[in-house]
Design a protein around this ligand. Structure first.
Ligand code: SAH
Length: 468
């Protein structure tokens, strides 16, 4: 019924988490990039799919009051990073709340209460990590972003979400590569050296790590590079070379070599010092992480003598920041370097009563069982913070079988969180208020924290299991 190139007048009612305005025309959903809820627009149909249309924004007939008043970032929109750059922040927070609520509703949990989205309010320069692909532009070495969903480089040094220092480092590295004829990796031929520039900053220490990801074990002039970048930027405390010779879109390879300084940087989070290896996960928004952990701490409400089991613990940040010196903290994490950091971080914080396991937290019957045993006799308060895919069904049933009173679930994906909450409820856990936290302003992502509490029903479930 709709034809390509047809012009439609649309009232935009929502914006999805890819930044597309959503409207309905005669019952058919239309997605329009760049349109904002409250806009009346003219859009040209550029794609007719079975159940939806894609329109290109042609004209804003009536602008929404939620449109941002100022330009947020100068980088081309196609970078796909800050998909909400054209929307007022207050409205973005409302949208994110509705997104989390919608995920719970779709999972059949419309009775679950979703709080308003908490945020530090800082939308600029909040990221402490960047991974820029290298490429050539007019014969010069450049870094930038891949155009969304492609591997086409858009040269660009600045990004509103990154700290300004990163821009200067990008420029320095590209100039050095040009002056010293260091080659750039070409995905098509598999030839050339420089693949990515990986930067990380410890916000509260100011320390910076520069890591070059290369298709090779060494770089021409690497010693001079390391010396000169440390001299030019005194905050650089670690210069690393990561080797990735594989034909893959995974950024980092397995091997690291230290070119200057230490093989890690440090940051201070929630008043505690953390060592961060390049291969380890570290929350990209420092102040957002402090807010998130504060909320997790409120929900965990650890009492004297409680033990904390931190699953998917990374470098130990949640467990070590929630606990006090006497609390027993047990962690489980897949990445070896992160586990090493977690152990060192426990020492740095003078936390002696800790134990960290390296392995797959989905391996419930062996590894998580061992972790529970390491918690001692008392049932621990459990914190889980899995990647986007959420928890494995086997792990949920194992956790429910261990019957901790409280499981604090920190999630970066509302859909898998809601899915897992359905299973926890079936095992008799009550779902507390869900608190979304905006760790990633201007992007389509939102974090959430919820406390699952064992109810009387759970007791009868376990009793029933014993009878069976
Ligand atoms: N809680 C930490 C890390 C959260 S990110 C923090 O706030 O910093 C999720 C972590 O889970 C990452 O460190 C990742 O390496 C780890 N991870 C991913 N899959 C895993 C698995 N199957 N088992 C254990 N850890 C895993």
């Amino acid at each position: 019924m709709f034809r390509k190139n047809e012009i439609l007048t649309l009232d935009i009612t929502e914006v999805n988490n890819l930044g597309c305005g959503v409207a309905k025309k005669d019952g058919v959903v239309v997605f329009v990039k760049g349109a904002v809820s409250g806009d009346r627009v003219e859009a040209k149909i550029i794609k007719v799919a079975k159940s939806f249309l894609v329109g290109r924004l042609e004209k804003i007939l009536t602008p929404s009051p939620h449109r941002a008043k100022e330009e947020f970032c100068k980088a081309p929109l196609a970078c796909g990073g800050c998909v909400y750059r054209h929307i007022e922040y207050e409205h973005e927070l409302d949208m994110k709340r509705r997104y989390v609520e919608g995920a719970f509703r779709k999972a059949g949990l419309s009775d679950v209460v979703v709080d308003k989205v908490r945020s530090t309010g800082a939308c600029r320069g909040y990221r402490n990590k960047a991974q820029y692909p290298f490429g050539l532009a007019s014969g010069k070495v450049r870094v930038g972003f891949y155009e969304s969903k492609t591997h086409k480089l858009m040269p660009c040094f600045s990004c509103a979400l990154q700290p300004p220092l990163f821009e200067d480092i990008c420029r320095f590295v590209c100039e050095f590569a040009d002056e010293n004829a260091i080659s750039v990796y070409d995905e098509k031929t598999g030839k050339g050296l420089l693949r990515h520039l990986y930067l990380r900053e410890g916000k509260n220490t100011g320390e910076v790590m520069v890591c070059l990801v290369a298709n090779g074990k060494e770089l021409p002039e690497e010693e001079r590079f390391a010396r000169e970048i440390c001299a030019a930027f005194p905050r650089v405390k670690s210069v690393m070379l990561n080797t990735n010779a594989k034909d893959t879109s995974v950024i980092l390879g397995d091997q690291y070599r230290t070119l200057a300084g230490r093989e890690y940087i440090e940051d201070i989070l929630c008043g505690k010092r953390f060592r961060i290896a390049p291969a380890a996960f570290y929350q990209v928004n420092h102040d957002g992480a402090e807010l998130l952990y504060g909320i997790a701490a409120e929900k965990a409400a650890l009492g004297e003598g409680d033990t904390l089991l931190d699953l998917y613990c990374g470098i130990g940040t949640i467990g070590l920041s929630l606990a006090d010196k006497d609390t027993r903290v047990v962690g489980v994490e897949l990445v070896e370097d992160a586990v090493r950091c977690a152990k060192e971080n426990a020492m740095l914080g003078g936390m002696e009563n800790t134990c960290f396991f390296c392995g797959d937290a989905g391996d419930a019957e062996r590894l998580v069982k061992e972790a529970f045993e390491a918690c001692g006799d008392a049932r621990p308060v459990v914190v889980v913070d899995p990647p986007r895919k959420g928890l494995d069904g086997k792990l949920i049933s194992y956790l429910a079988g261990q019957a901790p009173e409280k499981i604090v679930y920190v999630s970066c994906d509302p859909d898998t969180l809601a899915r897992d909450c359905v299973i926890f409820r079936s095992y008799g856990y009550e779902i507390g208020t869900v608190t979304p936290v905006d760790m990633f302003p201007k992007t389509g992502h939102v974090e959430s924290v919820v406390c699952l509490t064992r109810s009387d029903k759970a007791t009868s479930y376990n009793a029933l299991r014993r009878v069976i």
